[in-house]
Design a protein around this ligand. Structure first.
Ligand code: ARG
Length: 459
């Protein structure tokens, strides 16, 4: 019997059309989930006396064997069986004979494939959760290790005000904690079983979809059979989550590319995460960071692709929806590898303290604080802002910084500024003063580190 071909269709499927429509070469990874779903389904069918216990037992034993064959790599996908679901059923028929035909009672591939994707995605979510926690951990390790380092913070990519490097790392940590929370919330919304929807309308058999969900450890059953087979929100939401997480990864990667350049030289990405050039012997290229940034484009593209596929589809199942697989699997694999390499790259990079200190001593990132001192002496902030701007431009024209100011010179340029104040403008003093909540004062940053350690311990 040709499993995938109904007698309704007389001619053989064209060979090119077979390749075009088959999903078995990319949905093969769903096999263990398909088997799990089928075992739960047939168990429920037996409990409801829709199939005999003997038939269920045979089917379950056959399915277990198929899972083992898959695990040991003995089983190969067969094109003539189109997709993973028909491959399992076809192989089951080879192992246990005609009784295998009872498995698909009260079920359609439409609710079956939706179930497989739910089960797979819940596992993926668990895996990615640990990967993301590891990145958060790596950032926290950096925040502790680099606690003594002050960098110029930037706005408009222009040196703005000094901040603790730890504070900067922790900003990424905060983004990834939001991503982590979004992932957990997404998992709750994915924890639904579509099984029992049949092709689209439910089933006339006395099934018990709640029981199947329970056997699979799923928290809920869809409340509408049409939605159950048409819904790919959980995949679109996953791709949205991945896109946003990759936007964060990409911003971090971009900073590492920039900071490891000769022009900045703030960090050195370890050899283990750098590559050479085939022509320029001196090169240490930040490929891992660049490709992390690059893969953000790929992930966002996958989201756009599936959104576009879904947007015009009438209810209920349409074959277009098979396109979800390659998009989602590609993103799952990409996310898994990005999380691993980013945490490794963070853990192994070195911070060039001398270079950063030299850079910070030579800029005007203390200008806001100098203006604040004038405000304390009674000037309005706008006036103070203007006066300091004037001083900065005068110093710049003679190639000097605040630290080289001569008291007599200052008297002629800005008599309102007490030369003593300039001594209080060290980066250490400036960060120390930012004691308000969420500020970069070491005391606040230390608290932030401790709070994050606690958060991590609770996960
Ligand atoms: N391979 C299909 C998919 O991935 C399975 C569902 C097919 N259902 C159908 N009625 N053709 O979407």
């Amino acid at each position: 019997m040709d499993m995938a071909r109904s007698p309704r269709l007389q001619a053989q499927l064209d060979q090119q059309a077979a390749h075009f429509t088959a999903s078995v070469f990319f949905d093969w990874r769903l096999l263990p989930y398909d088997v799990r779903g089928s075992i739960a389904h047939v168990t429920m069918l037996a409990e409801q006396q829709i199939v005999t216990p003997e038939a269920a037992e045979k089917i379950i034993a056959g399915l277990e064997q198929i899972r083992q064959e898959w695990e040991s790599g003995q089983l190969t996908p067969r094109l003539e069986w189109e997709d993973v679901h028909m491959n399992v059923e076809g192989r089951l028929a080879e192992i246990i004979g005609p009784v295998s035909g009872m498995l698909h009672t009260a079920r359609s591939r439409n609710d079956q494939v939706a179930l497989d994707m739910h089960l797979y995605m819940l596992d993926v979510g668990e895996q990615l959760k640990w990967g993301l926690l590891d990145v958060i951990h790596a950032l926290l390790e950096r925040a502790s290790a680099d606690f003594d380092v002050i960098i110029p913070g930037y706005t408009h990519m222009q040196a703005a005000q000094p901040v603790l490097l730890s504070h900067h790392w922790l900003a990424y940590k905060s983004m990834f904690i939001r991503d982590f929370e979004r992932l957990s919330q997404w998992r709750e919304r994915t924890n639904y079983s579509p099984l029992g929807a049949g092709a689209l309308s439910g089933t006339p058999y006395p099934t018990n979809p709640g029981r199947t969900a329970e056997l699979l450890g799923l928290g809920h059953v869809y409340d509408n059979s049409i939605d159950a087979v048409s819904d790919r929100d959980f995949l679109l939401e996953f791709l949205s989550w991945a896109s946003l997480t990759m936007v964060h990864m990409s911003r971090l990667a971009e900073e590492l590319v920039l900071w490891s350049s000769q022009e900045f030289g703030y960090v050195r990405i370890s050899d283990a995460y750098s590559t050479g050039s085939s022509i320029m012997p001196q090169k240490r290229n930040p490929d891992v960071a660049e490709l992390t940034r690059g893969k953000a484009g790929r992930v966002i593209g996958r989201l756009q692709g599936l959104l576009t596929t879904m947007k015009g589809l009438p209810l209920a199942y349409d074959s277009d929806m098979q396109e979800d697989k390659e998009a989602v699997f590609d993103v799952v694999d990409t996310m898994n590898s990005v999380l691993i390499v980013v945490s490794g790259m963070l853990r192994t990079l070195t911070v060039n303290r001398d270079r950063i200190a030299k850079r910070l001593g030579n800029d005007f990132t203390a200008a806001t604080d100098l203006a604040d001192m004038l405000v304390k002496s009674g000037m309005t902030f706008r006036e103070a802002h203007h006066l300091v701007g004037h001083v900065v431009s005068a110093l710049e024209s003679v190639g000097k910084g605040f630290q080289d100011v001569d008291a007599n010179w200052l008297k002629t340029v800005a008599p309102q500024i007490n030369p003593e104040w300039l001594k209080q403008l060290s980066p250490e003093n400036l960060v120390e003063k930012r004691q308000q909540p969420m500020g970069t004062a070491p005391k606040r940053v230390k608290e932030h580190i401790v709070a994050t350690q606690k958060w991590l311990a609770d996960q």
